[in-house]
Design a protein around this ligand. Structure first.
Ligand SMILES: *Cc1c(COP(=O)(O)O)cnc(C)c1O
Length: 408
């Protein structure tokens, strides 16, 4: 039965209590037992997010002339992103509502580039590895662009297969840094070489790594080149609301030049409401998300991010060692916050279900069936507890039947 709007209003105190009651069945992610959907950078960051969001919650990023504060905060956040990702002078970008928005807008720009600057007519396609995020398929479904997915090789994009799949109607090729299912950085350098040689638009989807990899590298890890340092990279997506630890509803989409960014912007005046210029998919843009991003980034600074990302690395390394000791095989060589691990002799989805009984809400990878974790700084403090329950779940699942898993 669908609910009807109440005839009369209620007290906020009562409503708040009811909402908290509704949340009683939600995962208790602040305890650190959730490793999907949420990022836990601790209560201090959460407080900055909330207070900054509330300060600008009613303001609208659609109106930069009315709210120069938001325009300035957006410009500064985009500047942070461009410098972290080695963009050349003249590069540009925007804050979007999320990774899907960023990817959709990059595809729109690349599509217009193909049509307007390269004069491509007829049906278009994009080429991506099997591991790339479904946001690309969603965007292509909207704009009727064919998606050509190529098989992965050792869980990574296969540049040769992608080069074979690309043709004169290819508007974009994609590499991920990292891909979501395996948490591995695709061979972006090889993709960049193909892009330069064939004059293809290479988009690097760094939604879940763009604000993590630079700091992991600063902490001493051998992160391969994956960003604008490579000449073939024309656009990137990097989500603020993931390892940027910003409030939800914030990502960045970045372009090698202002001219490429201009292809993204929608500028319209053929209606009675006057000229309307929107850089991203959204019309109204929540000021809170922009303000929270600006505040969290300035709150943490390079030193703060390095510290948080070192905790992510520590969690990943501890779980890798512990999982291997339990006989699991980690897929590839994860270097960032995501990892997947498997055992051929036990149904990993059954282990996943057992772990849920103990309150662990985590992810799965399906090819091959594996346990999947998206780790937050907070997980460094619960890695041992996870491993103890993993050992228990492994024993419990041995010989058990596989469970239905709703998402991958
Ligand atoms: C999360 C993610 C996306 C999509 O981002 P949303 O903010 O969920 O829309 C795209 N690509 C990768 C690799 C991601 O991890």
């Amino acid at each position: 039965m669908s609910a009807a709007l109440p005839e009369t209003g209620s007290d906020w105190d009562e409503l708040k209590a009811r909402m908290l009651q509704m949340a009683a069945g939600d995962v208790r992610w602040r305890d650190g037992k959730t490793a999907v959907y949420v990022f836990n950078a601790g209560p201090e960051v959460e407080r900055v997010q909330k207070e900054a969001y509330a300060l600008f919650m009613s303001e609208n990023g659609l109106g930069p002339a009315a709210f120069p504060s938001l325009a300035r905060m957006e410009a500064e956040v985009v500047g942070f992103a461009l410098s972290l990702l080695n963009a050349p002078a003249g590069a540009a970008g925007a804050i979007t509502s999320g990774g899907t928005d960023s990817i959709t807008m990059a595809i729109k720009a690349a599509r217009d580039f193909a049509r307007k600057q390269r004069g491509v007519t007829g049906p278009l396609n994009i080429v991506l590895p099997r591991s790339a995020h479904p946001a690309f398929d969603k965007a292509c479904a909207l704009v009727e662009i064919e998606v050509r997915r190529t098989p992965v090789c050792d869980y990574l994009a296969d540049p040769a297969a992608m080069a074979d799949a690309a043709d004169a109607s290819t508007v974009m090729i994609v590499g991920s840094a990292p891909n979501f299912p395996y948490g591995l950085i695709d061979p972006i350098e090889a993709l960049s070489e193909i892009a330069v040689e064939r004059d293809l638009w290479l988009h690097v989807d760094a939604c879940v790594g763009g604000y993590l990899a630079p700091f992991v590298r600063m902490n001493g890890a051998d992160i391969p080149a994956f960003d604008f340092a490579l000449p073939g990279v024309r656009s990137m997506s990097a989500d603020l609301h993931k390892y940027g630890y910003c409030a939800k509803g914030a990502s960045t989409v970045l372009f090698r030049s202002e001219a490429l960014k201009a292809l993204m912007v929608f500028d319209f005046k053929d209606w009675p409401g006057g000229r309307m210029v929107t850089p991203t998919l959204a019309g109204t843009r929540p000021g809170g998300a922009i303000a929270a991003a600006w505040a969290v980034m300035n709150f943490l600074g390079v030193a703060g991010y390095r510290e948080k990302q070192a905790q992510v690395t520590a969690a990943r390394e501890a779980i890798q060692v512990g999982a291997e000791a339990l006989g699991f095989q980690v897929l590839g060589r994860p270097q960032l916050g995501l990892m997947a691990f498997t055992r051929a002799d036990v149904d990993c989805l059954a282990i996943w279900a057992k772990l849920r009984e103990r309150g662990w809400f985590t992810g799965v990878t399906t090819e091959p069936k594996s346990l999947h974790l998206m780790l937050s700084p907070f997980h460094a403090s619960v890695a041992e507890a996870y491993l103890a329950d993993l050992a228990w779940a492994l024993e419990a699942a041995k010989g058990g039947a596989g469970a239905e898993v709703r998402y991958a």
